[in-house]
Design a protein around this ligand. Structure first.
Ligand code: UTP
Ligand code: MN
Length: 589
């Protein structure tokens, strides 16, 4: 494996590779250009053919040909290796057991099947009527390449055979199957066909819906040499652009929901296919976005699936919200019943998983039923932060039976939750992102509370530009970790606050340990609310602490002459925070 890597490295000229996207000029031993990873005014990006590496001296982005392709094309290492090996003409012996000619034949068979299905749709008035009835107009049919498998035993099999494809191979692709006598017949019969493309746009599978009533409603390709259903999300190839721009995905239940969402302008909609959401799906999403809105049906099955999806997505550190559908609706019916705005509104109204859980419980049971409180307490015990727990306790307390006084009710509820919380905490299968905690932030024990507030503000887009001013002001910080994190932020973002989702710029914070500290804060604090006032108070507190510390330092150092010490004392009396106050952020808060 390492050999292949080295071989690819040797054959790819990094200056040529990078030069396809960045205008490079030779400057002595290296090439220089504008850094593509940040807003660069002066060329601070260098590429060295000698070391095979690139580096931005301003934002610190650095790497080799593989990381370049991984970053620029948003792919994992294996895929980057594959892409570069192809360019270099290196065969990756151990990687794929399928020789290229076989794979090409498989792809050709899939393409031929798609052509067949699409052609059949134009010939079937029943299928066309069904599409009309479901609001699928010509642009939707073309855009999603929807086709039709005629209700004939072996129409596709005959067609593929005529075109020269091996039906044995087509069986592996889930296009045809064999009966007891060895004859081939079609897998999809009398069904509307939804082609499934992976995130690169390659045709990998099909799904088929029966026209009208019938069992099973859908038939989906099983795993084939080209397709792993746990790794493909329907709509990914069409949602990519929006995902990259917005870093948010909308997860829906099925084919027609994806199509409906896209038609309603929600073009970041995706669905897992004939399978529940998998860890691999979450990993795939993680490569493209930082947030997922789950938009499943509001029936029991939909709610269960949503709860499961929350767990899987949170485990990948994706921010999750759950949107409630009106009972009985899915995005497809909502679009047709009410219109595009209703679908958009549902997506925008996503709730935190905890809020969603409480909401769903209130829909399912009444607070007069004893089971309600058992479930409520279990749910509350899972609260990711104390703040979220408080919010829900305040909300539910007025419904608590037997206690009219709401403070008493809150306390009673809190005691119930407290009894559960230690159990929940130790039951093992929880990951960091959903771990319940006490008030202090265990992820950042090295930081002072006021420091946490400033760094937290730095993580929130609406506070970031102002928080950046404070965060990079080293002298404001009192703990060792706070001071070092501040320095790291100042180094990574010397000129302006970073923009866009944290996942896009966090890696610029060096070293790893400080990056981790900051990213732990994102997990810990995501549910707590910030306000300008809160941040102002924190900064004020830090200034006072820093002022005191300066005073101590001066006192320790200024032995002999008392002059400097006296000066500081005076200054502190007049203007307590003058000592640590950086000039440029005067009046920002
Ligand atoms: P739904 O039953 O909600 O169907 O299944 P749908 O997508 O809303 O389709 P319509 O509106 O009834 O025509 C959601 C998804 O679950 C998978 C499909 O991916 C479907 O889109 N599914 C469902 C199957 O794989 N097999 C089935 O038999 C049913
Ligand atoms: Mn539907």
């Amino acid at each position: 494996m390492t050999d292949e890597r080295d071989e690819v490295r040797a054959r790819i000229d990094i200056a040529e590779l990078v030069g396809r996207e960045v205008a490079l000029k030779r400057a002595g031993k290296v090439y220089k250009g504008l850094c593509p990873f940040h807003q660069d005014r002066n060329p601070s990006f260098t590429v060295s053919a000698e070391t095979g590496r690139y580096k931005c001296w301003s934002c610190g982005e650095t790497g080799d040909i593989f990381t370049w392709v991984m970053k620029r094309q948003n792919v994992e290492f294996g895929e980057a290796l594959r892409i570069l090996a192809k360019q270099a003409g290196v065969t990756l012996a151990n990687r794929s057991s399928t020789p290229p000619s076989v794979k090409q034949a498989q792809e050709a068979a899939m393409d031929e099947a798609l052509r067949f299905f699409r052609d059949q749709l134009t010939r079937s008035s029943t299928a066309k009527e069904y599409c009309d009835g479901r609001g699928l107009d010509q642009s939707a049919l073309d855009g999603w390449e929807i086709g039709y498998a005629p209700d004939v035993g072996e129409a596709l099999a005959v067609h593929l055979k005529k075109k020269g494809f091996s039906l044995g191979e087509c069986k592996n692709l889930f296009l045809v199957d064999q009966d007891a006598g060895g004859g081939y017949f079609d897998k999809f019969r009398g069904r509307l066909i939804f082609p499934i493309r992976d995130e690169r746009g390659e045709l990998v599978a099909f799904g088929g819906r029966v026209l009208g009533q019938g069992h099973p409603k859908y038939i989906n390709s099983s795993d084939t040499p080209l397709y792993r259903k746990s790794r493909v999300l329907y709509g990914m190839n069409r949602a990519r652009e929006r995902l990259s721009a917005q870093h948010q995905a909308v997860l829906v239940e099925g084919y027609l929901d994806v199509i409906a969402c896209h038609r309603a302008g929600v073009t970041n909609a995706l669905a897992s296919l004939g399978t529940s959401l998998s860890e691999d799906h979450a990993k795939l999403l993680k490569r493209w976005c930082s947030e997922v809105v789950i938009l499943y049906d509001s029936d029991d099955a939909g709610q269960k699936a949503a709860e499961r999806a929350v767990k899987i997505l949170s485990a990948e550190n994706l921010r999750v919200s759950v949107a409630l559908m009106p009972p009985g609706d899915d995005p497809d019916t909502l679009l047709r019943r009410v219109g595009p705005a209703a679908v958009q509104k549902a997506v925008a109204g996503g709730l935190s998983p905890m809020e969603y859980g409480v909401q769903a419980l209130l829909q399912r049971l009444s607070p007069n039923q004893p089971e309600f409180w058992g479930e409520a307490v279990t749910l509350l015990a899972e609260a990711p932060t104390e703040m979220e727990l408080d919010r829900q306790i305040v909300r539910l307390a007025p419904m608590y039976p037997g206690l009219k006084d709401s403070v008493q009710a809150q306390n009673a509820l809190r005691r119930e939750v407290a009894k559960m919380r230690p159990n929940v905490r130790t039951n093992g299968n929880r990951d960091r992102s959903s771990r319940p905690r006490s008030d202090a932030s265990p992820a950042a024990p090295q930081l002072a509370g006021a420091e946490i507030v400033v760094f937290h503000a730095f993580l929130e887009p609406q506070f970031r530009p102002r928080a950046w001013m404070f965060a990079r002001t080293r002298d404001l910080f009192v703990t060792d970790a706070g001071t070092r994190l501040s320095e790291a932020i100042a180094t990574a973002f010397p000129q302006a606050a970073p923009q866009g989702p944290t996942s896009e710029w966090l890696h610029r914070i060096e070293p790893e340990e400080l990056r981790q500290l900051l990213s732990d804060l994102t997990l810990d604090l995501r549910a707590s609310r910030l306000s300008d006032e809160y941040v102002t108070d924190a900064v004020q507190k830090l200034r006072e602490m820093a002022g005191d510390r300066r005073l101590r330092e001066v006192r320790e150092q200024a032995t002999g002459s008392d002059e400097e010490y006296q000066y500081f004392l005076k200054l502190k009396e007049r203007k307590p925070d003058a000592l640590a106050k950086p000039k440029e952020e005067d009046g920002l808060f």
